[in-house]
Design a protein around this ligand. Sequence first.
Ligand SMILES: Nc1ncnc2c1ncn2[C@@H]1O[C@H](COP(=O)(O)OP(=O)(O)O)[C@@H](O)[C@H]1O
Ligand code: SF4
Ligand SMILES: [Mg+2]
Length: 406
Amino acid sequence: MTESDFLTSAPPASAQQGADAAPYLVVEDLTVRFPTADGVVQAVTGLNYTLKQGKTLGIVGESGSGKSVSSMAIMGLHDPKRTDMSGSIRVGGREVIGLSNNQMQTLRGGEVAMIFQDPLTSLHPFYSIGDQIAEAYRAHNKVSKAQAKAKAVDMLDRVGIPQARNRVDDYPHQFSGGMRQRAMIAMSLSNDPKLLIADEPTTALDVTVQAQILDLLQELQRDFDSAIIIITHDLGVVAEMADEVLVMYAGRGVEHGPTRELLTHPEMPYTWGLLSSVPDVTASTESRLLPIPGNPPSLLNPPTGCPYHPRCAHRDKVPGDLCRTELPELIPGRRGPAHLKRCHLANPDMIYETEVLPEIAPDLVELVTEESLEDTSDPRHPGSPENADQIDTPQRRAPDPDGEVK
Ligand SMILES: Nc1ncnc2c1ncn2[C@@H]1O[C@H](COP(=O)(O)OP(=O)(O)O)[C@@H](O)[C@H]1O
Ligand code: SF4
Ligand SMILES: [Mg+2]
């Protein structure tokens, strides 16, 4: 079965979470190229995924893998003069590629909103926090200034700013980093977005504030039934927040599936590398930190074949020169149609259990192996092990001594 066969014959992972509701976001064969003086940057290539309201997709991958570029495409944030984009992005049934800036602005900040890593990119230093939230609200609602201000206080209160009424006229520099992040979330959520994209929303925050902000996103998702995309390098955040995970490498999706399934039974060596390089991957004191050797490839000139092949420790298990010469398609793995992987390995589950897992988390081996045996008796639910709740998922990163998380 090829990738295109799969796309037409079986719904992607998120579409399986409820046969009734149509996905709110459909990204199909998205390709983003930046022509530059040095050549064409192949930032995103042939990306496919869907997302329903009320669901959260985690997008993970090393720096430069196309996470932000693909998400900014949904928001229409690429300059059409400097960007070649193809494929399709449908938000609530409407195609957004090709929309004018005015049309896009109607969507942005209303139906779809984005939270950036650095709140200062979204908050203007010269205007009060309250005025900025009120303006964002007024841009999409016919209300008086007083009503918009009241809404700003209400939103600041909802995101946990103490004494919101007294702080609403503060300027961004008068807020701490965590409070600015909350203010940006308040602004993003003031129009009850149906789709919220959070791009590394907690990377620069200490663990306590990080946890509060993630709780807040979950709470607001429950209230607004928003679809959320959370972009993060932190697999602990993914484990806690996401219903499904998309792993990106060199601008492509390389593994995609329900979160618990993907974190406990990853089938792509790059995902193994990400899991191995998480500090404290399980509660076990025996777990080890194994950084992925080498660097992500240049997207000016990505490798032939599987883009991960120059760094992959398992390519010699694939016959011939296939890894170097032929790009694997993103197709269902061995554990059911909801879990897709892009890799030529014929028996990734065995390699993971016998070679990879013992290296990173010895105490997981027994659970995962037992679970695999149980799974074979119920082929209808290959990705939904009954005992998955007992399996540890990666823990959140510990902060540096100065409280910043790298
Ligand atoms: N406007 C741009 N012009 C040229 N290259 C860009 C531009 N924006 C991003 N890129 C490149 O596209 C690739 C993907 O970037 P990005 O999506 O930001 O990665 P990340 O996964 O870290 O979010 C990187 O190689 C980056 O340097
Ligand atoms: S296709 Fe080959 S190089 Fe790529 S991840 Fe699989 S084994 Fe490694
Ligand atoms: Mg990014």
